[in-house]
Each structure stands twice: as structure tokens, then as C-alpha cells.
Design a protein around this ligand. Structure first.
Ligand code: SF4
Ligand code: SF4
Ligand code: SF4
Length: 246
């Protein structure tokens, strides 16, 4: 049931992508920076950072429109990906984009104003026919990359937003905040590896659960592994709550 709800939410998010596109846009944030404006996308990235403190990367499983697209692409190519190799590409892209963003604010003399509707005056991102070209181009790149690379390929390879979630996750851990995470009771595991087959982030869940919880910041708290496990080894909850003995 939880997975059905999650899928419905991310498919609705995907349908709303023409409305929300600018709020995730690296271009809009840079354009704002060079004009001394904190644009809506920068505010969304900050929101992602703060959600990361408590919910780690749950945004990626429960909110992001690309999650809906990735679910669709998984029906075409469900291969696991090399997370470590793609992570290098992702963080390189992030570093370049972040450097340009900061340079923009410095060169424009610092932050002069906050405008969530910068370049989105009508509140809808795709508000004229020409902008559909940008929209379809973005969707095409995400679709081709994910269908080619495998499970959540575009997320692993090019997402400039996930580092904000990861930074929030790290801060939450450093502050010992009660965070959402997959916990486990490894003694019940029968090594069937259904969790591995289901994990959209290509995590070796079967191996990761030996630590008592899934610690990698690649885990998006989707709960697919929890739903797939026949032995009730896994549960998705905050780390302050103890599992009920069954
Ligand atoms: S990794 Fe990026 S694109 Fe993928 S679901 Fe998370 S925030 Fe969205
Ligand atoms: S480990 Fe479980 S909760 Fe984490 S991404 Fe994989 S399936 Fe989802
Ligand atoms: S699905 Fe459950 S029982 Fe099977 S390997 Fe994963 S954790 Fe172990």
C-alpha cells in the first residue's frame, strides 16, 4: 500500500513537472545569482538541505518529479548501476555549477533580493510554446540517460540537487538528529536477495543490513526493500524508535 501511494505521488509530481521545472533549474538559479537575486530554485535547494537533516534522501523517493520518470524507465532498463563511478561525474557537475553560482553572487555584488518567481513570473515554468522545447529537452536527457544507464541512472550521473540532500543527511548525523532510515534485524535474513532486486538505487541491501541499518547516503528511503522482504527483516522508521519485538 505504501509503495502504491509513493508511486501515485511521484507520478503526479511528474505530471506537474511543466509547472515546477524552474524550481529545480540550475539555469534559473545562476541567472538569478548574476543579477543578485536568490531565485525560487535556490530556495528549493535550501529546502532540500533542511529536509535532508531529518528525512535524509526521502525527497528522491517521495517528492521529486524525476522519481516518476525513473519508475517508468525502470520498465525499459532495470540494470543496476556502478554507483561509485557515476558519483564522481555527479559531484564534478555539482562542483562546477556551485562555483558558477557563487561567482554569480560575488560578481553581482552579493544578494540584493529574494524572488521565488524569478523567470517564473506567471508561477508556471512552461508558460509559452517556446519553453516546451526546453522542457522536452530536459525530459529527453533524463529519459535517455536513465533508460541507457539503468536504475535511476540520471539521478546517479547528473543530479545537481542530491548533494544538498546528502549535505543535510551528513549534518543530521553529525547532530545526532532522529532520522528516517531503513533498520534491520540481520539474524532473520535468509539471503534470498529480493531486497537487492527491488532496490532502485542499486544498493547491495543484503550486505548493507549487516550493520543494523542502511547508512549509505545513496539510500532514498523508498521502502521498496522493506516491502519485498519475506522475513520482515527490514523496517523504515526514525532511528530513535526501537523495533517492536515480534
Ligand atoms: S537524485 Fe536528484 S533527480 Fe533524482 S530523485 Fe533525487 S533530487 Fe530528483
Ligand atoms: S535500500 Fe531500501 S529504502 Fe534504500 S533505496 Fe534501496 S530499496 Fe529504497
Ligand atoms: S529480502 Fe529480506 S530475507 Fe531476503 S536477503 Fe533481503 S533482507 Fe534478507
Amino acid at each position: 500500500m505504501r509503495q502504491k501511494i509513493r508511486r501515485i505521488v511521484v507520478y503526479v509530481s511528474l505530471l506537474l513537472f511543466p509547472v515546477t521545472l524552474n524550481y529545480f533549474s540550475p539555469y534559473v538559479s545562476i541567472d538569478g545569482a548574476f543579477n543578485g537575486i536568490v531565485a525560487g530554485s535556490v530556495l528549493v535547494f535550501l529546502l532540500m538541505f533542511f529536509t535532508g537533516i531529518f528525512f535524509r534522501r526521502a525527497w528522491c523517493a517521495w517528492v521529486c518529479p524525476v522519481a516518476g520518470l525513473s519508475e517508468m524507465c525502470a520498465t525499459i532498463n532495470n540494470r543496476t548501476v556502478n554507483r561509485k563511478r557515476l558519483r564522481i561525474i555527479r559531484y564534478s557537475i555539482f562542483a562546477v555549477w556551485f562555483a558558477i553560482l557563487v561567482s554569480g553572487f560575488v560578481l553581482s555584488g552579493g544578494i540584493r533580493t529574494i524572488n521565488p518567481l524569478h523567470l517564473t513570473e506567471q508561477m508556471v515554468s512552461v508558460d509559452e510554446p517556446l519553453k516546451f522545447i526546453t522542457y522536452y529537452l530536459v525530459v529527453l536527457i533524463l529519459f535517455v540517460l536513465t533508460s541507457w544507464l539503468g536504475r535511476r541512472g540520471a539521478c546517479h550521473a547528473i543530479c545537481w540537487m542530491s548533494p544538498f540532500l546528502v549535505a543535510g543527511d551528513w549534518l543530521g548525523r553529525a547532530l545526532h538528529v532522529s532520522q528516517l532510515q531503513v533498520k534491520s534485524e540481520p539474524s532473520r535474513c535468509i539471503d534470498c536477495k529480493r531486497c537487492n532486486q527491488k532496490c532502485p538505487m542499486s544498493i547491495d541491501v543484503n550486505l548493507a543490513i549487516r550493520q543494523g541499518s542502511i547508512k549509505t547516503s545513496d539510500c532514498i528511503q523508498c521502502g521498496e526493500c522493506v516491502a519485498a522482504c519475506p522475513q520482515d527483516v527490514l523496517c523504515l522508521e526514525t532511528n530513535r524508535r526501537n523495533r517492536k519485538k515480534q
